[in-house]
Design a protein around this ligand. Structure first.
Ligand SMILES: C[S@@+](CC[C@H](N)C(=O)[O-])C[C@H]1O[C@@H](n2cnc3c(N)ncnc32)[C@H](O)[C@@H]1O
Length: 218
């Protein structure tokens, strides 16, 4: 399989993207793995991860670098966060408020040592500041109606300038059209962030958008 870099730490072969497995032999969600020149890669499934979908849909600038510390809000069982933890050797702070999801997430964090599990509500950034030493990038996928306020309160509290936000239209308003919901959300977000790129995630995720953001000032 011939691999080429899409971003530092993210590789592409044909229509698939992958990360270099930081824990060879360990898989997180049943993803396919393959070896190339004695290195093990994990295929990053765009149907399971909105960040992977965004990369395949043409994300131009990936804010996570090989030494970024990442605050990940809505980590769930760690599917996407585990790929982020392959890309960076920095810390990936995984905030999740469901104790059911946290049980699965803890198993992943036990193996991927740069993932820090945090049982907490992303609406209250001050509640986890004793666990977050420093964060450079915010990734948010909480599917909540108040996601714009969650984003800005965390970015302000931790002084984070770069963010990837997943917007699920139906979590915000199931009556309005997704187009209308996206416009309203982008208007709210643009008070504090520059919208660098917005990506419709079809065919991987219906009525979802991923937005690449930079804080106007923090
Ligand atoms: C769509 S899932 C995230 C999937 C995950 N980002 C991935 O790609 O692997 C949304 C997650 O956000 C969590 N969540 C929702 N509201 C939250 C909040 N206020 N604080 C922390 N987690 C929250 C949910 O429990 C759920 O696990």
């Amino acid at each position: 399989m011939s691999m080429r870099h899409v971003f530092p730490g993210v590789y592409r072969s044909g229509s698939e993207i992958a990360t270099l497995n930081s824990t060879p032999g360990y898989r997180v969600y049943g993803e396919k793995v393959f070896k190339d020149k004695n290195k093990e890669y994990r295929i990053w499934d765009p149907f399971r991860s909105k960040v992977a979908a965004a990369i395949l849909k043409g994300l131009k600038d990936f804010p996570v670098t090989p030494d970024s510390n990442v605050l990940y809000l809505g980590a769930s069982s760690g599917t996407t966060a585990s790929h982020i933890a392959d890309v960076t050797s920095g810390q990936v702070y995984c905030v999740e408020f469901s104790s059911t999801m946290m049980r699965d997430l803890m198993l992943v964090c036990d193996r991927k040592k740069n993932m820090v599990p945090i049982l907490g509500d992303a609406r209250h950034p001050w509640e986890y500041d004793s666990l977050v030493a420093k964060a450079d990038v915010l990734i948010q996928d909480v599917a909540q109606p108040d996601q714009a306020s969650i984003l800005s309160s965390n970015a302000e509290y931790y002084g984070i300038k770069k963010a990837l936000l997943s917007i699920k239209a139906r979590s915000i308003n199931s009556i309005k059209s997704p187009k209308e919901v996206f416009e309203e959300e982008l208007k709210k977000i643009s008070e504090k962030f520059k919208i660098m790129q917005k990506l419709d995630l079809m065919p991987y995720d219906e009525d979802h958008m991923l937005v690449n953001l930079e804080a106007k000032s923090v």
